[in-house]
Design a protein around this ligand. Sequence first.
Ligand code: C2E
Ligand code: MG
Ligand code: MG
Length: 477
Amino acid sequence: MTRASPFRSSRRRAAIPRVATAGQAWRGITVPRAERSSVRARVPVHFGRFRTSGTSATGSDECTATPVWTFLCSVEIGNFAELRRELGVAAAGCLIAEVEARVASAFPTARTHVTGRASLEFWLDGETRADADAALERVQRELTMSAGADGTCRIEPVLAGAAARAPGADEVRLAEAAEAAAAAARREQRIVVYDIEVATGTLDRLGLNRDLAGAIARGEMCLHYQPKLHVRRQRVTGVEALVRWRHPEHGLIYPGDFIPAAEEARVIADLTLWTLDQVIGDQRRLAKAGHDLEIFINISGQLLNDAGFVAEACDRVRSMNGRIGFEITETSVIRDPDTAIAHLREIAAIGVPIAIDDYGAGLSSLAYLKQLPARELKIDKMFVMQLTSSNRDPLIVRSTIDLAHAMEMEVTAEGVETQAALALLGVMGCDMVQGFLISRPVPFDALLDFLAAEPHLVRPIPGKGAFNQPASFWKRA
Ligand code: C2E
Ligand code: MG
Ligand code: MG
């Protein structure tokens, strides 16, 4: 059987060890007919499973004689059209080569393959399923680069992958799963990895619930941080901590998939206290690096009625001197408002700022809003993401900003994804913005990198621009 390798990136080809008989089938060396089908099913050489030394998916220099997992990852320049407008056709056309170079330098044993003017894929081995997420997070860090002569453009990568156990991996299924993961990554605007061993995109919820109890003790939980940009001061003044679960089999699991289970299994208090300890430690590390930032954590509604949790959390914040804020949703107060409001007053009394999260998405009641000792109101991203394309959302956002200011609260807009939305929010008087335009939620080290580069990353909001309309304009129906 003669079949060309799908990979054209010759620079990586030289690194493939020529030790595998089955692999030779892919280089055009004749294999007896009887062996061909099993060869194809078992070991496509470009999976690199015969690597005997080099760099693992996590980028560490370690020897891996028999990698257990194979990953097919894809990288797209999500904002290619925008960059082409800013940089011009010729310069934008070179970006994918730069992206490929960065992937190659992060993972010297990866086989890269440019698949389009704004996309490439690469193959990598790993020892655990979670290595795929770690690898893609590393790519995300590597790609937070500026482009253009004045360094004002940023690549917004869409990162996805598919994982399969290495012996016997079916490359067609892997390619299909990678495509499905890329579509989900584009839609959900986050890294998505599908495991072809599990039905694509579905998780064994019962299994997860069982695993959750020991996950903290096993060190599987981790935090990502998303910066909050102060619009007038033009700098990051705070961050939100968002929990993730690095599951050894399923990879990175997002909170939407396990927080409800943690509430059900009554492990949410332990998880939140763990988060609190982590963020206080990380806050000290940030301060040492010269970044004095307030860190907000999310508090589940169930915990607002738990006197034991409230006492313990207040005690930890006080004794460890953390500048920590709590995000709660209005809906969580509604269950037992008297108890929840009394607890929130206790929390606010020790100097912990309260932010009302996802405002407008749940059950909102002005009667409760008035009683909450909140310092900040976060407008839900569902109103912010369509801000410049919808007729009604700008009116809702504008009046919510006015309402919050009248109640002496600062306003944060969540889900800010475009310069146009940022400019409009600035004109509307929004105090802080949070969203993919500023930064996605990132691991601690990437947050440090972001903060170090912050002055270059944050672009000024136009003072007098298309969105600088008089208030009457936004009040039009
Ligand atoms: P949230 O507190 O409203 O967090 C914001 C969510 O919006 C995050 O999703 C974040 O990744 C996403 N996001 C931020 N900017 C953008 C954007 O520009 N566009 C889009 N499309 N999305 C954006 P994530 O991390 O999946 O968290 C989901 C929710 O899980 C959080 O919503 C929060 O309610 C909950 N959660 C996260 N960590 C914890 C925790 O430690 N404890 C509790 N109880 N809940 C948590
Ligand atoms: Mg939140
Ligand atoms: Mg929110």
